[in-house]
Design a protein around this ligand. Structure first.
Ligand SMILES: *Cc1c(COP(=O)(O)O)cnc(C)c1O
Length: 436
């Protein structure tokens, strides 16, 4: 294989200089890896990313993560490490923590969790004992597996009580949640979801928690970027603990974050992240978090977050105009759940996901509330606009995206249609390059 194989030659969109330099280096050092990574760079550049939990980070974030900051063991916290040589790791972790606190308007941040699920493990350990009861929304209604799914740590070590959505409106039914709380007397109530397209009333959740003497945990993994920019209301001052990922709407590196205003809870959280559930922090990822939080503090990121929501509303309206049903009737945030059946009763999420990928549109199948089909089939798709908005698409382009989605789905996987759409999307993507 020649160098050209790794030089991203089949893409109309060039890589940034550092990324191209990396591929050139890898091509000499490890061609097998170089060629796989070049194909993935090309895939990302030439397809439309509609997975609601994904985004395209800036090259600054990306290269901070791919740096010498990976070489250090820094178990412990700034000023209290178990290894020498940590001076600059203390600096970077303090910078990341200070920016996170500023971004979310709170007093304490732990930036070490390796992921959102790891943040939840540490948060659970900090505010509960094994066997205590958690009240949460199950995954089948839009919750996350780390909120109590049986095979997960949460469902294994804690008692799980569930609340649901209103079966008619598919909205959170706060009166029903209050009744479930009174009945189950949980130690902790969790709000914050993976597939809920409407605003969360954190104040109401806190009132329910107070009524039953529970702590309120808000997992804002999906909406963190919207919260940081005021586009979605903040869980502060209502939640006792806030967990999040850093890689969804917040557009940072893959990782987790825990926030609180309570000094006592903060101390416990630090101990439950390390040594409670993790060893050495990923200092290269913490460097990337510092960069991403710095970006999120800039006014451009507020403009971006507003556009994410405007694009989601435009995409939702366009899907409805093609005859699809939107769960809850639409969206207030970056995500929407599309019920495919009103357009064509035989459509499944699994088929649609596969056909759309062939056409260059990346989505995930998702159960809709009370979905009669099993989780690996589903009657729905979850669509999100964070990644497309990063590329610079706006409301007008959302109509085009919806038209492609519909054309591929109603063709039922016709290869002529998906092939034609694939070429249109490749040309379209060249006009909306990834961040440089
Ligand atoms: C994505 C998500 C997580 C977990 O994130 P990972 O980094 O994949 O572990 C946790 N909670 C919610 C609500 C999520 O949507």
């Amino acid at each position: 294989m020649s160098n050209a194989a790794a030089s991203h030659a089949n893409s109309a969109i060039p890589l940034d200089a550092l990324s191209q330099g990396l591929l050139d280096l890898l091509q000499k050092h490890d061609p097998a890896t170089a060629q796989i990574m070049a194909r993935e760079a090309d895939r990302q550049a030439t397809t439309l990313e509609l997975i609601a939990s994904e985004n395209h980070v800036s090259t600054a974030v990306m290269h901070a993560v791919g740096s010498w900051m990976t070489n250090k063991y820094a178990e412990g916290y700034p000023g209290k490490r178990y290894y020498g040589g940590c001076a600059h790791h203390d600096e970077i972790e303090n910078l990341a923590r200070d920016r996170a606190k500023q971004l979310f308007g709170c007093n304490f941040a732990n930036v070490q969790p390796h992921s959102g699920a790891n943040a939840n493990i540490a948060a659970f350990m900090a505010i509960m004992d094994p066997g205590d009861t958690v009240l949460s929304l199950p995954i089948k209604s839009g919750g996350h597996l780390s909120h109590g799914l049986k095979p997960n740590f949460s469902g294994t070590f804690y008692k799980i009580a569930e609340y649901g959505l209103d079966p008619k409106t598919e909205l959170l039914d706060y009166d029903a949640i209050e009744r479930a709380a009174v009945e189950s007397k949980p130690k902790v109530i969790i709000c914050g979801y993976s597939a809920y397209s409407r605003v969360i009333d954190f104040a109401r959740f806190r009132a329910i928690a107070d009524k039953v003497g529970a702590l309120l945990m808000a997992d804002i993994a999906h909406i963190a970027g919207l919260v940081a920019t005021g586009v979605h209301p903040s869980p502060f001052p209502h939640a006792h603990v806030v967990t999040t990922t850093t890689h969804k709407t917040l557009r940072g590196p893959r990782g987790g974050l825990i926030l609180t205003n309570d000094q006592d809870i903060a101390t416990k959280i630090d101990r439950k992240v390390f040594p409670g559930s993790q060893g050495g922090p990923l200092m290269h990822v913490i460097a990337g978090k510092a960069v991403a939080f710095g970006e999120a503090l800039k006014p451009e990121f507020t403009t971006y977050s507003k556009q994410v929501v405007a694009n989601a509303k435009a995409l939702a309206a366009a899907m409805q105009s093609h005859g699809y049903r939107l769960c809850t009737g639409g969206t207030d945030n970056h995500v929407m759940l599309v019920d495919l059946r009103p357009r064509d009763a035989s459509l499944t999420g699994a088929d649609a996901e596969k056909w759309l990928e062939d056409a260059g549109i990346i989505v995930n199948k998702n159960g809709i509330p009370n979905d009669p089909r099993p989780p690996l089939q589903t009657s729905g798709l979850r669509l999100g606009t964070p990644a497309l908005t990063t590329r610079g698409l706006r409301e007008g382009e959302m109509k085009q995206v919806a038209a492609w989605l519909d054309r591929v789905m109603i063709s039922k996987g016709d290869v002529a249609v998906s092939g034609a759409v694939r070429e249109e999307i490749r040309a379209f993507c060249a006009k909306f390059p990834l961040p440089h």
